[in-house]
Design a protein around this ligand. Structure first.
Ligand code: UDP
Ligand code: MN
Length: 297
């Protein structure tokens, strides 16, 4: 329970000594050139991190959008989050929806709550996806800033299948896209038209980040979402929309505002890609969906 975890102290906590000459992972990059950790299984001790975050009494908001038919994903999403997401910490689930009546009543554990936020829907699925930036920005300023310390912003067509804890939290974090973690710059599907606000030149960019998983402190998420929304609006005035919608603007933001932590593919996987050797845990995986049946309806 929450009470048990708050009693965990760093004093006399016993654990294996970190080995300077024997790094825990040699098969993957675990730190960026700007010294941000890339979070992989084996690189951190969750007991130490839990004690640190409990000392600060940290509160975490998990935002998810369930617009139109995507309400069908909410039940599995929340139920699996109750098993695996930030257990023992204070969690607010923020479910943005245009169909509040279709959101099931789900009992959540002590210290956690589900908050339904009524928002408009848009006709095109691309616009539904992109408008998340504006809505997260607006609710950050008006509500989240008074309610939680960190936001984790994810897709809803997903389920948790292993632990996701405070090891992910940092000022501003992004997640490696499961389709591009091994790819070179030239293969990244960044926006390549110089006229777009999302444009990234072919000799820039570090990673290809997924649109469906980012977060950070409220202040940093505000800055990120505000940038992305404004860039989208400027493009719209010029009759442009970036090739991968909100994901393209997010990738642009991260080129010049480097994330302070990066989540590995463990945190965002799609079983359609199989299971590579480096992937020791699948913590959050895509729920297969029929794109045509569920979008634009
Ligand atoms: N979404 C929604 N209703 C829609 C389309 C999208 O709620 O009609 C939200 C939902 O949270 C979804 C996210 O936007 O997870 C991104 O869209 P989608 O998952 O279809 O993109 P993909 O993961 O297939 O690229
Ligand atoms: Mn999705």
């Amino acid at each position: 329970s929450l009470d048990q975890l708050t009693e965990v102290k760093l004093e006399r906590m016993l654990y294996p000594k970190p080995e300077t000459l024997n790094p825990p992972r040699k098969d993957v990059l675990t730190i960026t050139p700007w010294l941000a950790p890339i979070v992989w299984n084996g690189t951190y001790n969750i007991d130490i991190l839990n004690a640190q975050f409990h000392q600060r009494g940290v509160r975490i908001g998990l935002t998810v959008f369930a617009i139109k038919k995507y309400t069908v994903f909410v039940k599995t999403f929340i139920e699996t989050a109750e098993k695996f997401f930030m257990l023992g910490h204070k969690v607010n689930y923020y479910v943005f929806t245009d169909r509040a009546n279709d959101i099931p009543n789900i009992t959540v554990a002590e210290g956690r709550q589900m908050v339904i936020l009524n928002v408009p829907s848009y006709q095109r699925w691309q616009e539904v996806s992109m408008r998340r930036m504006e809505m997260i920005r607006d609710f950050s300023r008006q509500h989240f800033i008074n309610e939680v310390d960190y936001l984790v912003c994810v897709d809803v067509d997903m389920q948790f299948s292993d632990e996701v804890g405070v090891e992910i939290l940092s000022d501003v974090f992004g997640t490696l896209h499961p389709g591009f973690y091994g790819a070179g710059r030239q293969a990244f599907t960044y926006e390549r038209r110089p006229q777009s606000q999302a444009y990234i030149p072919s000799d820039e960019g570090d990673f290809y980040y997924a649109g469906g998983y980012f977060g950070g402190t409220i202040e940093e998420v505000y800055k990120l979402t505000n940038f992305c929304h404004n860039a989208m609006m400027t493009d719209r005035e010029n009759k442009l929309e970036a090739v991968w919608h909100d994901e393209s603007y997010l990738n642009k933001y991260f080129v010049y505002h480097k994330p302070t932590k990066i989540l590995s593919i463990e945190y965002l996987w799609d079983n359609g890609f199989g299971v590579p050797d480096i992937l020791k845990r699948r913590r959050f995986v895509a729920v297969p969906k029929n794109h045509n049946a569920i979008r634009n309806k």
